[in-house]
Each structure stands twice: as structure tokens, then as C-alpha cells.
Ligand binder design. Sequence first.
Ligand SMILES: *[C@@H]1O[C@H](CO)[C@@H](O)[C@H](O)[C@H]1NC(C)=O
Ligand SMILES: *[C@@H]1O[C@H](CO)[C@@H](O)[C@H](O)[C@H]1NC(C)=O
Ligand SMILES: *[C@@H]1O[C@H](CO)[C@@H](O)[C@H](O)[C@H]1NC(C)=O
Ligand SMILES: *[C@@H]1O[C@H](CO)[C@@H](O)[C@H](O)[C@H]1NC(C)=O
Ligand SMILES: *[C@@H]1O[C@H](CO)[C@@H](O)[C@H](O)[C@H]1NC(C)=O
Ligand SMILES: *[C@@H]1O[C@H](CO)[C@@H](O)[C@H](O)[C@H]1NC(C)=O
Ligand SMILES: *[C@@H]1O[C@H](CO)[C@@H](O)[C@H](O)[C@H]1NC(C)=O
Ligand SMILES: *[C@@H]1O[C@H](CO)[C@@H](O)[C@H](O)[C@H]1NC(C)=O
Ligand SMILES: *[C@@H]1O[C@H](CO)[C@@H](O)[C@H](O)[C@H]1NC(C)=O
Ligand SMILES: *[C@@H]1O[C@H](CO)[C@@H](O)[C@H](O)[C@H]1NC(C)=O
Ligand SMILES: *[C@@H]1O[C@H](CO)[C@@H](O)[C@H](O)[C@H]1NC(C)=O
Length: 481
Amino acid sequence: MFSFIMTVLLLLLFNDQFFVNCWSNSFFSEQLFTNTSDANSLLLISFDGFRWDYIQSRRAKTPNFDRIISEGVTVQRGLKNAFVTKTFPNHYTLVTGMWEESHGIVGNQMYDPHLNQVFTPENISANSDPAWFDVGAEPIWVTNHLQKKGKSGVCMWVGGGAPVKKVHPDIFIPYNESFDDYNKIDTVVKWFSDDNPINLGLIYFDQPDAYGHKFGPDSSNVTEMIEHLDAVVGYLLEQLNKTSLLQKMNIILTSDHGFTNTPANKVIHLDKYVNSSLYNVSAFSPVALIWPLKGHFDTVYNGLKEGEAIDGNFSVYKKEDIPEYFHYKNNVRISPIIAVADDTYSFGTKEYPYPEHELGNHGYNNSLQDMHPFFIAMGPSFKKNFSVETFNSVDIYPLLCHLLHLTPAPNNGSLDIVSQLLIEEPTKIAVITLVTYILCISLILIVAGVFSAATIYYWNRSKYSLYTSLTSSESPLHLES
Ligand SMILES: *[C@@H]1O[C@H](CO)[C@@H](O)[C@H](O)[C@H]1NC(C)=O
Ligand SMILES: *[C@@H]1O[C@H](CO)[C@@H](O)[C@H](O)[C@H]1NC(C)=O
Ligand SMILES: *[C@@H]1O[C@H](CO)[C@@H](O)[C@H](O)[C@H]1NC(C)=O
Ligand SMILES: *[C@@H]1O[C@H](CO)[C@@H](O)[C@H](O)[C@H]1NC(C)=O
Ligand SMILES: *[C@@H]1O[C@H](CO)[C@@H](O)[C@H](O)[C@H]1NC(C)=O
Ligand SMILES: *[C@@H]1O[C@H](CO)[C@@H](O)[C@H](O)[C@H]1NC(C)=O
Ligand SMILES: *[C@@H]1O[C@H](CO)[C@@H](O)[C@H](O)[C@H]1NC(C)=O
Ligand SMILES: *[C@@H]1O[C@H](CO)[C@@H](O)[C@H](O)[C@H]1NC(C)=O
Ligand SMILES: *[C@@H]1O[C@H](CO)[C@@H](O)[C@H](O)[C@H]1NC(C)=O
Ligand SMILES: *[C@@H]1O[C@H](CO)[C@@H](O)[C@H](O)[C@H]1NC(C)=O
Ligand SMILES: *[C@@H]1O[C@H](CO)[C@@H](O)[C@H](O)[C@H]1NC(C)=O
């Protein structure tokens, strides 16, 4: 019996699985020991329109981006983003993990027939209106607040101005063109190093998108802009080092979409196929959201379908026939007809001419390699000098939640590929060690306890049996006496 107990205890002691079961339990590893001011702070930066290959093509000198890649992780072929590959929709996807039909920001410009309102990026009150942003998704700063993990500071990120589930970011700076890039870094580094620091910071930069549109993605202007942004990243690393945050913080640099060239001779003139006074558009190029006027659905649809067959450089769908792989259908803000231009093509009409000065654009099919944005990251949670080929933009929200020890709200992403980028986090390893120690000591005490108990028991029993054997032989005498 005694040796059986010993064997069981020793087996438990040397069976890893026993410990794995204990420390994979979130009670031990996450809840109790989380320290938000430690390795759990996270900075997410987006450079608008930063195509997947802008660093690896070596077109620009990028020592600071390169440093993050060699000390952290990269995604070789960029992220597969959400359709339509536009700025507002994809920024909301990055922070919610949802396809556009689910988070509701289906374009930079949108029409909502229930609200009977139009959304435009310039409309300041629309940007802070929950009617546009609070329709099912939960941005990361709301998750961070609701689960009471810490404070969030949001610098110009899409959606940051609107309350969602009645929650605003703890700190928010609305979009402001004249705010200097270095000033953004100073501002957010200060948020992280304050007495009551944020644990989550987000910064939006509107370049190199603006130059990509104006000069085209392959222009020397975009190359120069990449070098400028590299200098901004260098400044960030320097400031984080100065404030001793660099070693403790996870940093993710990514973007919403890539870019393609849009030469003026590739403009598709839809007037050739249907009279544009028969429909409204809520967005136009390269994905046209078309709302036929009452009684004109068939004329508009048939005209566009004819155009599709003649021209051969765009696709037209009734809403219900939009391909499933776009995840772009189940939302009232998506129009009854959509037209999707092929890569490098643009739509134009007399009423909505394609701007001639526009040498680059995005918004196309999210399967096109050129539409994909870059992703690099470094910090205590990320492997060093490691890469994967690609993953989806919708996977970023669950990654952010994981890094912040939050339970993600319902979303369309997964950690399947993303988790390959991660090492065991230091806090977790410390906790594992601690829990292992506690268990080891408990087991040793139990073993020792059982052993001593057994020894005492045997010792007592042998003493007792000696005693009883002695007394029993004598007791009758005593009893009788
Ligand atoms: C969290 O970390 C900070 C700085 O490292 C430390 O001062 C603080 O005591 C820690 N809090 C807990 C609850 O461990
Ligand atoms: C701007 O947005 C607000 C709130 O969504 C809306 O009421 C207003 O009509 C919009 N303005 C324009 C010019 O579209
Ligand atoms: C935008 O930023 C500039 C420069 O920091 C500042 O002077 C201005 O007040 C800001 N505008 C708004 C609307 O906050
Ligand atoms: C864009 O590049 C051209 C050619 O190098 C240069 O002349 C022009 O000044 C640049 N424009 C801007 C805004 O940087
Ligand atoms: C951080 O700053 C120190 C002191 O200026 C410097 O020696 C060190 O190389 C810097 N480390 C990084 C990772 O930049
Ligand atoms: C388009 O329709 C409008 C209104 O019905 C009409 O005035 C115009 O002439 C039409 N344009 C063409 C090119 O048919
Ligand atoms: C088209 O736009 C006009 C004017 O903006 C508006 O009155 C009409 O309701 C819109 N129709 C549709 C079907 O969107
Ligand atoms: C459509 O694209 C093909 C291939 O790029 C081109 O040869 C053709 O001329 C285009 N059609 C029109 C109508 O522009
Ligand atoms: C989008 O790209 C995929 C992959 O190249 C292709 O199969 C699909 O037909 C494209 N869809 C449209 C609407 O162009
Ligand atoms: C990074 O990894 C590659 C192989 O994946 C290796 O060739 C290179 O030397 C490594 N660089 C550093 C700085 O460790
Ligand atoms: C995306 O996630 C939302 C929320 O969980 C869900 O309602 C929707 O069906 C998902 N979409 C897809 C294509 O799975």
C-alpha cells in the first residue's frame, strides 16, 4: 500500500502533462498574475497604403524597419486584407477582426438607407456617430475597457471618435492633417510613460497613401516617403529606449491596403452602357456601389452587364450574387448592384469623372497581391528574425486580444497562423515556474508527510504489537488478579 502511494506520487511528480494541465489553466497563467504596466503594453501603428513589398523591394533605405524585422517578425507576402480594400473599412477590420459586412464600415463613402444618410470621411460628426460605427463590432479599445485591463490611447485611428457600447477610448485625438509625425510619437510615448499609463496605444499615419494616389506607387516620391517614415520609426524606437519602454512593449506596424497604378487610358466610361441619371452611387472607383432609381433596376443592371461583356475589364453583380469570398453582402449599406473594376482599371462617367491627377489607387479585389499591406512586429512576445508567408487582416484583432490577455469579442479571425509568430510570454514563463515550484514543494511535502505518517504508523504499530503481545500474555493474569 505504502509503495503504491509513493509510486503514484512520483509518477505525478515526473509527468509533465500534470503540470501542463495546471499551468495552461487561465486562472493560474493569465488572470492572477497579469501586470498591465509590464510586458503587456502594446502599440499598434498603421501607415496608410503601405504595400507589402515597400520594404523588401529595397527601393528605399530603411534601417529602422529592417531592425524591427531582424529583431522581430515579418509577413513575407503581406496580409490578405478585407474587400473593399479601402482605408476606412480596413482600419475598422484591423481593430475589430471582422469582415466589412459584419462591422458595417463598407466604404470610405457609404449610404445607409435605414438612416437615409451619407457617410463621408470629412464629416466630423459622422466620424463620431455611433449610428455608423456601433452596429455589431467591438474595437480593441472597447474590449480593453470592458474587461478592465487598462487604458487605451487612440491617435487618429478610424472609429476612435465614436462611442461603441457607450465606450470611448480613454484618450483620443481626432484626425488632424497638420499634426506633425514626430509630434504623434511624442504624444503617444508620453501616454505610455505617464503616472497612470495606457496599456494600449494606436497611431494612424496618412502616408504613404497620399503620395501613392498623387504620384503612383512606383514613384520616387513614395520611395522618399518610405524613408521619411523609416526615420519616424527610428525616432519612436529612440524615445521608447529613453523611457525604458522598448524592452517591455510589443510593437506592431501594419497598414490597411496596398496600391496599384491607375493610368488614365484605363478608365472605363460607364456612360457608354447606361445613362448615369438612372442611378445614384455611394462609392465609385474601383468598386462602384450602385443604387438604381425606383423602377430602373433592370435597365441599369442589364446595361452594366452588357458593358461587362463588351469591355471585359470589370465585373457586375446583383447584391445577392456577390461572390462569398468577398464577405461583402450581408449589410444594408451594400448597394443592390456593385461593379468591380479589374486591377489598374478605374470607373468614370461625365458626372463622376475619374480624377486625372490620380496616378494610383486601391480598393480592388482583396485577392490581388498588390492590394496587400505589410506587417512587421517586435517585442517580448514575438519571436526574433522569424517570418510567415501571409495571414488575414481579420486575425489581427484576436492577436491584439491575446497580447493584452483579453477575451476577444465575436470576430472572423483566428490565431492559427498568427500564433506561430509568438514565443511564450515572459510573464507566463515566470508564472509557470512559480506554479511548478509550488506544486513540487506541495508534492514533496505530501510525499514526506505520507512517508513520515507511514513510518510513525509502522513504528507505533510494531511498538503497540510488541506491547500488546507482552500485555496480552500478561493481561489475563492482571485481569484475574
Ligand atoms: C507591476 O509592474 C510594476 C512595474 O514593473 C510594479 O511597480 C508593480 O508593483 C507591479 N504590480 C503588480 C500587481 O505586480
Ligand atoms: C454629417 O454627419 C451627420 C451625422 O451622421 C449628419 O447628420 C449630417 O447630415 C452629415 N452631413 C453631411 C453634409 O452629409
Ligand atoms: C491640429 O494640429 C495642430 C498642430 O498640432 C493644432 O495647432 C490644431 O489645433 C489641431 N487642430 C485641431 C482641430 O485639433
Ligand atoms: C515628387 O518627385 C518629383 C521628382 O523627383 C519632384 O520633382 C517633386 O518635387 C516631388 N514632389 C513632392 C511633393 O515631393
Ligand atoms: C538605448 O540607449 C542606450 C543609451 O543611449 C544605448 O546604449 C543603446 O544602444 C540603446 N538601445 C537600443 C536598443 O536602441
Ligand atoms: C440620360 O437621361 C436624362 C434624363 O432622363 C436625359 O436628359 C439625358 O439626355 C440622357 N442622356 C443620354 C446620353 O441618353
Ligand atoms: C438618389 O439621390 C437622390 C438625391 O440625392 C435622392 O433623393 C434619392 O432618394 C436617391 N435614390 C436612391 C435610390 O438612392
Ligand atoms: C480590356 O483589357 C484588355 C486587356 O488589358 C485590353 O486588351 C482591352 O482593350 C480592354 N478593353 C477595353 C474596352 O478597354
Ligand atoms: C478576385 O481574384 C481571384 C483570385 O485571383 C479571382 O479568382 C476572382 O475571380 C477575382 N474576382 C473578381 C470579381 O475579379
Ligand atoms: C535571420 O534568419 C535568416 C534565415 O531565416 C538568417 O539567414 C539570418 O542570418 C538571420 N539574421 C539574424 C540577424 O539572425
Ligand atoms: C463574422 O463574425 C460575425 C460575428 O461573429 C458573424 O456573425 C459572421 O457570420 C461571421 N462571418 C463569417 C463569414 O463567418
